[in-house]
Design a protein around this ligand. Structure first.
Ligand code: ARG
Length: 246
């Protein structure tokens, strides 16, 4: 048996074939989502996503190019060919999945709360926060934004362009709480332990996936098998343990 003409045509158009021909994997991500995508002291973008991207590029035998892209433009950037893939802590949602395809989840997170310490004991969960007397901050266009609108509809919601601006609102006393993905809040509360209280029981279920353009089964096949392989052979655990210290 031989591959049919249409299979060969599909492969020729595959992003994976393009990456191999180019010799470079181009990754869209947005630095600021600690510890997945962030800047080190020298200004380099580092993190969990970056190490996974690098190990993947190595398996392809190509270089990696990290393309820092603002969150609100990251799906359009993928769709217009500015990168091959989004690896940026993106939650797989049905709405996003209508525009892009997602790999199998590479980690599961959920929304948690960074609380003003003065409210400790008074606000014990997201349910207590759903009250018109409270102001909640988070990042625009994220699943935290969507979760706040759904579960904290009575609270006043202030949206910011970056994670750090939102979290700072609690420290400044401008917001009672910051809602965001658990890993970000864990790191932030560890770094600001006297200034925020972390209510660390997630109140949403959020698998994170890598996003690619639709209609490309060859690229998707590589990505999902690569994830299965590194989850089983210790590579994933090694990268995980480097960034998620308990
Ligand atoms: N998981 C959240 C979402 O998908 C936040 C991801 C933010 N990622 C980033 N690189 N800033 O909406």
């Amino acid at each position: 048996t031989v591959a049919s003409a249409s299979d060969i045509n599909l492969w020729e158009k595959s992003t994976l074939n393009e990456i191999l021909t180019r010799g470079e994997l181009q990754v869209c991500l947005e630095a600021g989502y600690i510890p997945f995508d962030m800047r080190d002291k020298k200004g380099n973008i580092v993190g969990f996503d970056v190490d996974i991207a690098k190990s993947m590029a190595k398996a392809m035998g190509v270089k990696v190019d990290l393309r820092n892209t603002a969150w609100d433009g990251i799906i359009p950037a993928l769709l217009t060919g500015k990168c091959d893939i989004i690896i940026s802590g993106m939650t797989i949602t049905a709405e996003r999945n209508l525009k892009v395809n997602f790999t199998d989840p590479y980690i599961v997170v959920g929304q948690t709360i960074l609380l003003n310490p003065e409210l400790e004991g008074k606000v014990k969960s997201y349910r207590d926060l759903n009250n018109s007397q409270y102001t909640v901050a988070t990042k625009l266009g994220t699943t935290a934004d969507y979760a706040a609108k759904k579960y904290l509809s009575k609270a006043k919601l202030n949206l910011f362009e970056t994670e750090s601006e939102g979290a700072l609102e609690v420290i400044n006393g401008n917001a009672d709480a910051f809602v965001y993905d658990l890993p970000y809040n864990s790191v932030y509360s560890a770094q600001n332990s006297s200034k925020v209280v972390h209510l660390d029981t997630p109140f949403t279920y959020e698998p994170l996936g890598m996003a690619v353009r639709k209609g490309d089964p060859d690229f998707m096949n590589f990505l999902n098998n690569y994830l299965t392989q590194i989850k089983g052979d210790g590579t994933y655990d090694k990268i995980y343990n480097k960034w998620f210290v308990s």
